[in-house]
Design a binder for this molecule. Structure first.
Ligand code: PHB
Length: 389
């Protein structure tokens, strides 16, 4: 009898202990690992993403689904050869619950592989690598941004509608560049145009002169360029300095002029691009976001800030669906997969492969704004070829 009582007491104590452990796991902050470029040609993109993410969190009173957050940061330097080590620093050393990153497609491909192997929740706030929401898709991997194909296809379609016949593409030789050029070609050739040559240089080189000379010699009707960040600033200025803009219109996905107009100055004026964001959408949702962002950071929001903000919204919805329990992966996945993201860009849902299905806007650079000119393609899904979940 006495022994039985002791066993009961023991069981009660054990239950209380395990309840306390569960409660403390619920009270401990959720660990967020930012793996972003904080140096190099994409440095400004990385900080805009982080700022956007933190703005959404601040708007929720500093918590998501009632949970405190703790941040860990790694500068990935947009360097694919260091990517696996860098992501493991966050997962193994810092033991983060969630990965948020990155900008560069080559780095993101390695992140996605580790996330898939370890089952860690990964929200990609930029990198467009088509494979991540294609053959590499996974239930715990989401994108708040775009696939490289999406804005590129829209630009190709518009260039075709403008009755250009022959185009050349120019970009960095890595996944984002080559997939962007391919997306443009898909859209352009569907409309009867022809891409006559793809020019490439290694990332993140900015010695464009020899390639600009080739463009001048071949005289295509249009040029399509994928560059971003500091590289985009230099390319647009060099294109104008070479006098090419006088005879050969320059097009690109909106990254060519997003977050860069101040630095590009006169050289960027009038450049036509396509993207899932523009600076004067003039919706109540976007106006409120831009005002809050400008107040918090003393600078204008750009597409990268929007993607960071939406990554936080997606995490928030997933956590809410799981009652704040970051370990309840199935509930988190279900919550994010079925949500409507109330983005400053406009509301969107995710495809089966977890990529935004979104409008592609036509924009023209004027002053410091990429002005909205209309919808180039409505609710464009990425084809998501090869995704089996
Ligand atoms: C990418 O590497 O996927 C990438 C980088 C910068 C951008 C867009 C895409 O602005």
């Amino acid at each position: 009898m006495h022994a039985q009582l002791n066993i009961l007491k023991l069981a009660a104590a054990a239950a209380a202990l395990s309840f306390a452990a569960g409660a403390s796991a619920q009270n401990a902050p959720i660990k967020i690992g930012f793996m972003l470029p904080y140096s190099g040609t994409y440095a400004s993109l990385g900080s805009m993403i982080e700022d956007g993410f933190k703005l959404f969190v601040a708007e929720q009173g500093g918590k998501l689904a009632g949970r405190e957050l703790q941040y860990f940061k790694v500068d990935d330097e947009s360097e694919p050869s260091k990517a696996t080590d860098n992501v493991n620093k966050l997962i193994k050393r810092d033991q983060v619950d969630v990965l948020v990153g990155t900008v560069h497609s080559g780095v993101a491909l390695s992140m996605a592989k580790v996330a898939k192997d370890t089952g860690t929740l990964l929200i990609i706030p930029n990198a467009g690598a088509d494979a991540i929401t294609g053959p590499m898709c996974a239930k715990n991997i989401f994108r708040s941004s775009f696939s490289n194909w999406q804005p590129a296809y829209a630009m190709g379609k518009v260039a075709g509608e403008r009755r250009h016949k022959k185009a050349m593409t120019i970009t960095w030789n890595y996944a984002a560049g080559t997939e962007s050029a391919k997306g443009f070609k898909d859209g352009f050739e569907k409309g009867g145009g022809k891409v006559t040559q793809d020019l490439l240089l290694p990332f993140p080189q900015v010695e464009f002169q020899a390639l600009l000379t080739q463009i001048a010699a071949q005289k295509p009707d249009a040029v399509y360029a994928f560059f971003a960040g500091a590289g985009a600033v230099k390319f647009v200025k060099d294109y104008v300095a070479a006098g090419l803009n006088k005879t050969i219109p320059l097009y690109g996905p909106g990254f060519l002029t997003d977050g860069t107009l101040e630095a590009q100055g006169a050289a960027a004026q009038g450049i036509v691009t396509t993207l899932h964001y523009a600076d004067n959408l003039n919706t109540p949702r976007d106006n409120a976001f831009r005002l809050a962002f400008a107040k918090a950071y003393k600078t204008n929001a750009d597409v990268y800030a929007v993607q960071g903000y939406d990554a936080a919204q997606m995490l928030s919805a997933g956590l809410k669906a799981a009652g704040g329990n970051i370990k309840a992966m199935d509930k988190i996945v279900a919550g994010i997969s079925t949500m409507t993201v109330d983005s400053p860009r406009g509301k969107f849902k995710l495809s089966k492969a977890h990529n935004p299905v979104q409008d592609m806007y036509l924009r023209v650079a004027k002053g410091n704004l990429n002005e909205y000119k209309g919808i180039a393609v409505k609710a464009l899904p990425d084809p998501g070829v090869g995704c089996k979940m």
